[in-house]
Design a protein around this ligand. Structure first.
Ligand code: FAD
Ligand code: SF4
Length: 330
């Protein structure tokens, strides 16, 4: 047994000060990741600062379009909010396909962005793992790596980022708003997730004590017909082997605008920039979609057990774009 202190401040400044003052402390939101890892001995905070009383749970529509989503808004509430289902159906679907109803009722948007990887070697608390204990090695490289990443990997870490909604947010160019010991800042979601490189223990650019306060989703007309498809070993309560967020606008039979992001294959929620470049102005056909997927996946580095993800991702991209083209119908 390890003693852990618990505090529940009512104000943002107080919460930030409490965590910033103690290098071994952590924020606690829904607790659906943090408490698991604490029990497993993977993280060892000596103080938990519960942020659930902070006024950060609102979802509002912005005057010029777009959404402001408080970091403490629950996954379920965001998924079912009318501005989300109307203007960003792919994001709503990404939320609803994550975890289980009970977990979604507890889990916050800020916590979702900061959830840790599901790599079994990371979570067992004992195997060599550069993410948990820098410099110890990566057990997944030569181990069971069926669920691991094929894009953005390094020799230090090949774990996939597990969040579904982060894939949609990457496709939507979201901004992450924070407040911390050094003041407020807005971080593009594209800069929020760091590639593992040789420092896989550092997953995002937040300073210790820096709190996510909100996520801003900019307006995007194309997102009104967005889709999110998730392919996994069972239909619920499971992380993605491959997932796709896709939004597409076609004019005169050609791709006029496209957003494409992948989950389950990257060490971070993966924006498929190469595929998007490839698609610009091409005929909106299954052949073009497959060629775009090939362009993106040409950078893939498959390992012993996860090579199937290359073909699965290729097919998922074609299906996602095809469904997006028909307004979400298959
Ligand atoms: C069985 C199971 C299945 C799951 N399946 C899926 C799935 O299919 N798809 C999916 O996307 N997710 C899935 N999840 C993960 C789940 O979505 C996350 O656990 C959840 O979103 C985390 O939110 P939370 O509020 O509970 O965060 P917490 O557990 O409270 O915190 C998680 C981390 O974020 C930090 N944190 C929390 N809030 C903030 C903030 N505002 N600012 C800065 N740091 C913060 C905490 O310090 C902690 O490090 C699953 C989880 C479980 C347990
Ligand atoms: S893939 Fe990453 S998280 Fe998994 S064992 Fe290797 S270093 Fe650790």
């Amino acid at each position: 047994m390890r003693p852990v202190t618990y505090a529940r401040p009512a104000g943002v400044a107080e919460a930030i000060a409490a965590v910033a003052a103690d290098p071994a402390s952590a924020f606690l939101a829904g607790g659906t990741t943090e408490i698991d890892l604490l029990r497993l001995g993977v993280t060892r905070p000596d103080a938990l600062v519960d942020i659930n009383d902070l006024p950060l749970a609102e979802l509002t529509e912005l005057p010029g379009g777009g959404l402001h989503i408080g970091a403490l808004a629950r996954m379920t509430d965001v998924a079912r909010a009318q501005p989300v289902t109307r203007a960003y159906p792919g994001m709503s679907r990404a939320l609803l396909l994550g975890a289980s109803e009970q977990l979604r009722n507890m889990a916050s948007m800020g916590g979702n962005l900061c959830q840790r990887v599901r790599c079994a070697y990371f979570r067992d608390g004992t195997s060599p793992c550069n993410k948990r204990e820098p410099g110890t090695g990566c057990s997944a490289l030569e181990g069971i790596n069926r669920g691991h990443a094929i894009l953005g990997t390094s020799d230090s870490c090949i774990a996939t980022h597990p969040s579904d909604v982060a894939v949609a947010l990457v496709g939507l160019d979201a901004m992450v708003h924070t407040d911390g010991p050094n003041g407020t800042r807005a971080i593009s979601i594209h800069d929020f997730y760091l590639l593992p490189g040789d420092t896989p223990d550092r997953e995002h650019p937040l300073d210790h004590g820096e709190l996510i306060t909100a996520i801003e989703v900019p307006p995007a007309g194309v997102a009104a017909r967005s889709v999110y498809l998730k392919f996994r070993d069972r239909q619920s309560y499971e992380f993605a082997l491959v997932s796709v967020f896709a939004a597409l606008r076609v004019e005169d039979g050609r791709v006029a605008e496209v957003r494409l992001a992948l989950g389950g294959v990257g060490t971070r929620p993966w924006r498929a920039w190469r595929a998007e470049d490839h698609l610009a102005g091409t005929p909106a056909t299954a052949e073009s979609f497959a060629a775009a997927a090939d362009a993106e996946l040409s950078a893939a580095v498959p390992r012993q057990h996860n090579a199937f993800k290359v073909e699965l991702a290729r097919r998922a991209v074609v299906r996602g774009l095809t469904q997006a083209m028909s307004g979400g119908r298959s």
